[in-house]
Design a protein around this ligand. Structure first.
Ligand code: CP3
Length: 363
C-alpha cells in the first residue's frame, strides 16, 4: 500500500535495517559477552586493498574521495564485501573538520596531510562554524547511502577526531614528531588554546549528532595523540573535551553507543572508562591485556588491540598475538580490533587469516 509522503514520515535509519538486537557490535557495546566477538579493523578501507587503490585513482585526490558520496560509499563497502566484518566505518578523515571550518587542507602524495598552520589565538578568527553542515553534507550523504547499502547484520560506525588530535594538526600544519608548536601554545596561552578546543568541541558535537541522524549506529572518537601529555594536561585537553562531546551527543541521542580511543593514555585509560560516559574504549597496542581485563573491562566494553604490524608479519606471530588477546579479553564485553590503523604494506590475505582465527575460537 502506498502512502503519501506527507502522511508517512521517512523511516528512521534504524528501522530501515535489521533490528539492533541482531547486530553483534551493538550487543557487545551494550555489555553482552559473546562467544565469538564482533570484529572490525581501524583503517579497514585503505591502500592495502587493490580495489581501494583503483577507486582512489578514479576519484583523483584523497579529499575528492572523502567528499564523493558514491565513491566514499564504495570504498566503505569494499572491506565488508571482501571479509564480512561485523561493522563498516564511514570512509572519511578526521581532518574534514578543520577543512569545514575554513582552514586550507591538502594531502601531499607520500607525505600525508598538510594544513595552513594556525600560529596562535590571533588566527582563530580564520575559523567559522557557520558553513559546517553545508561543507560536510557529502559525508552525511555517504552515511545515508551506506544505511541502505550495507548488509543487514553490519553495524555502521561514524567517527570524528578528538579536539586535541585535530588541534595538533591545525597548529603543526600536518603530522608532527613532538607536537612542539601545539604544546607550546597550550602551555603558554592556555586560554587561547582553550578557545580552539571549545570551538572543536562544538563543531565535533554538531558533526557527530548529524552523523547519527544520517544513519551512524555507533560513534568512535579518535584521540590518536592523547599519549603525549602529563596527566593534568591529558585531563584538560583530552579527557574533558571528549567527555563534553559524549555529553552533548547523548543529550540529543541518548542511546547512541560511543567508543573513545585515547591512544597511549596508559593508566589514564581508567579515568576515561570511569568518567567519560562512553560505552567502549579502544585500546592501543601497548595496553597490557591482564591489566585491561582487571581495570577496564568491568567498567566498559573494551576494543582492541592487535599490533597492526603483526598483520604485516603474518604467520605464527600473528596467530599467537591474536589468541593472546582473545584469551585475555574474549570473556568480557569485547570487540576485536587493532591497536591502531592497518598499514598499507599489509597483505590482504593476512586479514583473512586473522578473521579465521577470531571467528573459529577453540574454547
Ligand atoms: O578506518 C577507516 O577505514 C575509515 C577511514 C579513516 C581514514 N582516516 C582514512 C584515511 C579514518 C577513521 C581516519 C582517521 C584518521 N585520520 C586519524 C585517526 C586515526 C589514526 O590513524 O590515528 C588520523 C590521525 C588521520 C589523519 C590522517 N589522514 C593522516 C595522518 C593521514 C596520512 C597517513 C597515511 O596513511 O597516509 C591520513 C590519510 C588517510 N586517511 C588515508 C586513509 C585511507 C590514506 C590516504 C590515501 O589514500 O592516500
Amino acid at each position: 500500500m502506498s502512502q503519501s509522503p506527507a502522511a508517512a514520515p521517512a523511516p528512521s535509519p534504524a528501522s530501515r535495517r535489521t533490528p539492533s538486537s541482531d547486530k553483534t557490535l551493538l550487543r557487545a557495546l551494550a555489555g553482552e559477552r559473546l562467544a565469538v566477538p564482533p570484529v572490525w579493523l581501524m583503517r579497514q578501507a585503505g591502500r592495502y586493498l587493490p580495489e581501494y587503490r583503483e577507486t582512489r585513482r578514479q576519484a583523483g585526490s584523497f579529499l575528492d574521495l572523502c567528499f564523493n558520496p558514491e565513491l566514499a560509499c564504495e570504498v566503505t563497502l569494499q572491506p565488508i564485501r571482501r571479509y564480512g566484518f561485523d561493522a563498516a566505518i564511514l570512509f572519511s578523515d578526521i581532518l574534514v573538520i578543520p577543512h569545514a571550518l575554513g582552514q586550507k587542507l591538502w594531502f601531499q602524495e607520500g607525505e600525508g596531510p598538510k594544513l595552513e598552520a594556525l600560529a596562535g589565538s590571533g588566527d582563530l578568527g580564520r575559523l567559522d562554524l557557520a558553513p559546517l553542515h553545508e561543507r560536510l553534507a557529502p559525508v552525511y550523504e555517504t552515511l545515508d547511502r551506506l544505511s541502505s547499502a550495507l548488509p543487514g547484520e553490519t553495524t555502521l560506525i561514524g567517527f570524528a577526531g578528538a579536539p586535541w588530535t585535530v588541534a595538533s594538526y591545525m597548529i603543526e600544519g600536518g603530522s608532527s614528531k613532538d607536537f612542539q608548536a601545539a604544546k607550546t601554545w597550550a602551555y603558554g596561552d592556555p586560554d587561547g588554546f582553550q578557545a580552539l578546543i571549545d570551538l572543536l568541541v562544538e563543531a565535533t558535537s554538531r558533526y557527530l549528532i548529524r552523523q547519527v541522524e544520517a544513519g551512524a549506529e555507533v560513534l568512535q572518537v579518535f584521540d590518536s595523540w592523547a599519549g603525549v601529555w602529563p596527566e593534568d594536561h591529558f585531563r584538560r585537553w583530552c579527557l574533558r573535551p571528549m567527555t563534553e562531546i559524549v555529553r552533548r551527543v547523548k543529550a540529543v541521542h541518548p542511546d547512541i553507543p560511543i567508543i573513545l580511543f585515547p591512544r597511549q593514555a596508559g593508566a589514564l585509560y581508567v579515568e576515561v572508562a570511569e568518567t567519560a560516559g562512553c560505552q567502549g574504549v579502544s585500546l592501543d597496542t601497548t595496553v597490557p591485556l591482564g591489566w585491561a581485563a582487571q581495570h577496564l573491562q568491568p567498567k566498559v566494553t573494551v576494543q582492541g588491540n592487535l599490533d597492526p604490524i603483526l598483520l604485516v608479519a603474518g604467520g605464527p606471530a600473528l596467530e599467537t598475538g591474536a589468541r593472546a588477546i582473545l584469551s585475555a579479553l574474549g570473556g568480557g564485553p569485547f570487540v576485536f580490533n587493532l591497536g591502531h590503523g592497518i598499514v598499507p604494506q599489509t597483505p590482504p590475505e593476512h586479514v583473512s587469516k586473522l578473521l579465521d582465527i577470531v571467528r573459529s575460537r577453540p574454547s
